[in-house]
Design a protein around this ligand. Sequence first.
Ligand SMILES: [Zn+2]
Ligand SMILES: [Zn+2]
Length: 144
Amino acid sequence: MSDTKTYSGSCFCGAVQLSVTGEPAAMGYCHCESCRRWSAGPVNAFTLWPPAAVQVTKGADLLGSYSKTPQSIRKWCKTCGGHVLTEHPTMGLTDVYAAVISDFPYKPGVHVHYQETVLHVHDGLPKLKDVPKELGGSGVVLAE
Ligand SMILES: [Zn+2]
Ligand SMILES: [Zn+2]
């Protein structure tokens, strides 16, 4: 018996479906300009998973892909335009947008790239200037 949980998600129209299994490596909000411009929203709610934990179960052929930098491969549904996930090969993690996996119990723990924020959030969570030291960042915490 295993207590490993699987959660399902989909794009805006439902043509692309995926599942995530287990526990994410991290959850939080990204305030970087890249996330903002790509998503057209002020912040991005992320859940980061080992790539093997993420399975596209339907519509994989409908996923569009775009890389502005080698750090991020951004994928969306070509039918509805809904964003689905971003692979971060250099981090070895895949960001499945929290909004995509609606039945997943999202518990944000950190804000990253807060030096680029346009939406200050007063929720008491740590606000990292960029990213944690373990991921090559400064680890510096900023005021809310
Ligand atoms: Zn879609
Ligand atoms: Zn970002």
